[in-house]
Design a protein around this ligand. Structure first.
Ligand code: HEC
Length: 216
């Protein structure tokens, strides 16, 4: 299915998006809009978000790769996936403006990673782009304004399935019996197997705090 394939290195810069999106009929309706990635109001958020996501993506892939190489895939199931990010007083080391990190998908392995209403809009936006046969935007910037809650900036990056992800997200028939049994035990509702290399897996998302006000 060509249209669903994800280009690991998107060569096409996405057209600016300025889609107001209001999930009116979802139970957890949220007021969220995508902001064009060249919008001046979002320039600082974009820079912070992209820098963080790029660093986190490298950490993620390195963690998984090292764990698989050192102890094998079965043991690596316990260590990968951003659980081991080092933080000091709740702040991720080296990324003081990042207040939350999440990985989510339309096909979940762990239900605890389920998208919230604003995440869902971003996942659907990427899916729509790919269903249209377009490359996904390299990033999406989103302003979330919950009724009565504090507004928040989010930055999303689509993740593709690289060959090294296939061990745990490819066809489960290709997995060792030990790995297969462990995944089945930990994730009885797993929908995140059966991918092919290059397919779209989900997103990495960060929440970026506004820049501290400049001292006069
Ligand atoms: C060693 C096995 C393993 C490898 C290799 C692996 N994953 Fe995962 N992946 C998992 C497990 C286990 C979870 C569930 C983690 C949790 O409980 O939060 C998961 C969850 C995820 C999620 C979160 C959404 C969900 O379904 O719960 C994303 C996105 C993801 N993986 C992407 C990737 C990508 C991209 C790669 C390759 C760079 C990769 N994974 C490689 C085991 C693996």
């Amino acid at each position: 299915m060509k249209s669903r394939r994800f280009h690991l290195i998107p060569l096409v810069l996405a057209a600016a998006l300025a889609t107001p999106a209001l999930a009116a009929d979802s139970p957890a309706a949220v007021n969220a809009r995508f902001v064009a990635d060249d919008a001046p109001e979002a320039a600082d958020i974009r820079a912070q978000g992209e820098n963080a996501i790029n660093r986190l993506a490298i950490t993620l892939v390195r963690e998984v790769t090292n764990a698989v190489a050192k102890d094998g895939a079965e043991a690596a199931v316990d260590v990968c996936h951003l659980k081991n990010l080092t933080t000091t007083k709740g702040v991720i080391d080296g990324l003081p403006r990042i207040t939350a990190v999440k990985k989510t998908s339309l096909r979940l392995r762990n239900p605890a990673n389920a998208p919230d209403a604003a995440d869902q809009l971003a996942l659907e936006q990427f899916k729509q782009q790919m269903d249209n046969g377009d490359a996904p935007s390299p990033i999406l910037i989103q302003r979330v304004e919950p009724a009565g809650g504090a507004p928040e900036w989010r930055v999303y990056k689509p993740l593709g399935v690289a060959p090294k992800c296939m061990l745990c997200h490819g066809d489960s028939a290709d997995q060792s019996p030990g790995l297969r049994a462990k995944l089945a035990k930990l994730y009885p509702t797993d929908l995140a197997a059966g991918y092919s290399t290059g397919e779209w897996r989900g997103v990495l998302r960060v929440t970026v705090a506004e820049a501290p006000a400049k001292k006069p």
